[in-house]
Each structure stands twice: as structure tokens, then as C-alpha cells.
Design a binder for this molecule. Structure first.
Ligand code: SF4
Length: 204
């Protein structure tokens, strides 16, 4: 089931585009593809951040937890931001991942205000690497307090086994690089964000 209209989600779509999203799509929450094998890659091929923050495995609920979340959700809003490959191979990649984390966090908050109180944002990268690289440890995991960046940091889709390429395709968004080249043919890649919209509301 798709929403009858994107009108209701105009503000969320505007926010995504405001952060540079090239494409935005909305599908039924139950259509989000989740694979245990993808989540397992976090532990098998550590990215350097495995276990360092509370938003990364093994500290997140993983595919099983996400499947439970899906039962409470109505819609999945996904967006793609096109980025030059050179940027993602540079030190600037954390700025890009930080932008995605901040965007889905802000959209999550807006979705809650719209009447979807259980909404959750998901991004890419590790919040420990992106926001807390100057700190020795995640403040939550070290039991020193709450998250230093509660309005910015959100979990990576990787730790939940979300198959992002298929998710984009289901939302009608082409993930193929050939579709995201600039006129000057600079090699491009993409990053994606996801906001799960759900919860009870008097508006529906
Ligand atoms: S304190 Fe830092 S590392 Fe820990 S969850 Fe928050 S942003 Fe991530």
C-alpha cells in the first residue's frame, strides 16, 4: 500500500530536498527489505566502528528488532543524495554521513509532530566516527551519561540489515550510478536516509 498522496508528507519531502536529496520516495513500511546476512557483515568485515557507539552493532536490535519495528510503522520515506565518489573516498565523507544523520533526525522529529509518534530515522555511517571522534568513548556505552548528540545521531541502516539498494528501487528511485552522473561525467555515488513513519494518531 502506498500513500494516496504525497501531500501529507510535503514537509518531510521538502526537508529531504533541502538537505540535497536528489530523489525521495515513500512506500509501505512492510516493504522495507531486511536481510540478516547484511547485518552480519558489520561484525564480519568491521568498518572500524563496530561496537564503538550505541547506534551500531552489537548494541542495536538488528534485523529482528527492525522487523518488530516495521509492524508498528505505516510508511517508509527514503531519499538518495548523490555525492562525487572522490568525496566519499576523502576525509569529507564523515560530513556527508553527518548530513544524512542530521537530516533523518530532523525529519523524525517533524514526523512525530505531524502525528506519527513512533517515527524513527536511520542513516549511514557510525555516529561515533562522525560526531564523537574526538572522544575516547561513546558516552552511553561508557555509562558516563546520555548521548552527546541526541538531536543529530541516528543508527546506521547497515546494523539492521536493511538492503538499501532494493529499498531505493522499491521506492521508485534508481540507485544505479549511471543515473546520477553529473554533466561533466565526474564519477558519482550516493548515500541514503530512511525515516520510518508510524504510531497511533488521531489524524488518520
Ligand atoms: S554519545 Fe556519541 S558515539 Fe555515543 S551514541 Fe551519542 S553520538 Fe553516538
Amino acid at each position: 500500500m502506498r500513500p494516496n498522496s504525497t501531500q501529507e508528507f510535503h514537509e518531510l519531502i521538502r526537508m529531504a530536498h533541502g538537505s540535497g536529496a536528489n530523489e525521495v520516495g515513500i512506500i509501505d513500511a512492510r516493504e522495507v527489505p531486511v536481510l540478516d546476512s547484511l547485518a552480519n557483515l558489520c561484525g564480519e568485515t568491521p568498518c572500524g566502528a563496530f561496537g564503538l557507539g550505541k547506534n551500531c552493532p552489537p548494541h542495536v536490535s538488528g534485523p529482528d528488532g527492525f522487523r518488530e519495528l516495521m509492524k508498528r510503522m505505516r510508511y517508509a520515506l527514503v531519499f538518495r543524495i548523490d555525492v562525487p565518489e572522490a568525496v566519499m573516498f576523502s576525509d569529507d565523507r564523515n560530513e556527508v554521513f553527518g548530513l544524512v544523520q542530521e537530516t533523518v533526525a530532523a525529519m523524525e522529529n517533524t514526523a512525530i509532530q505531524m502525528g506519527y509518534p513512533d517515527s524513527k530515522g536511520f542513516a549511514g555511517g557510525s555516529c561515533k566516527t562522525i560526531f564523537c571522534h574526538d572522544h575516547a568513548a561513546c558516552r552511553v556505552l561508557s555509562e558516563q551519561g546520555t548521548c552527546r548528540n541526541p538531536t543529530r545521531a541516528r543508527p546506521s541502516m547497515s546494523g539492521f540489515g536493511i538492503y538499501v539498494r532494493e529499498l531505493l528501487e522499491k521506492a521508485g528511485i534508481p540507485p544505479d550510478k549511471r543515473n546520477v552522473r553529473q554533466d561533466d561525467q565526474e564519477p558519482m555515488t550516493w548515500v541514503a536516509g530512511l525515516v520510518m513513519l508510524g504510531g497511533t494518531t488521531d489524524r488518520r
